[in-house]
Design a protein around this ligand. Structure first.
Ligand code: ZN
Length: 77
């Protein structure tokens, strides 16, 4: 399986419906995107996922942290 958002192949099964195998939820190890097996193709198919929301997995480490983490305060004696 391929992540619809970042095209990574590192996708894991996160959970299943408690009864009847009605749905499964997958999570991407690379970008943390998660989706249900019952989503429409525009969510779960990497080729149909809205290109405006795609992420380049090679640039994830360069993305801003939101909210930004402030520098540690100096300890005062
Ligand atoms: Zn991903």
């Amino acid at each position: 399986m391929i992540c619809p958002r970042c095209d990574s192949e590192k996708v894991n099964l996160l959970t299943k419906s408690p009864v009847g195998g009605a749905w499964e939820v997958y999570i991407c190890e690379t970008c943390c995107f998660s989706w249900r097996s019952t989503e429409d193709d525009d969510i779960k198919d990497p080729n149909k996922y809205d290109k405006r929301f795609k992420i380049d997995k090679d640039k994830i480490s360069e993305l801003d942290q939101i909210p930004p983490i402030p520098a540690l305060l100096e300890e005062k004696n």
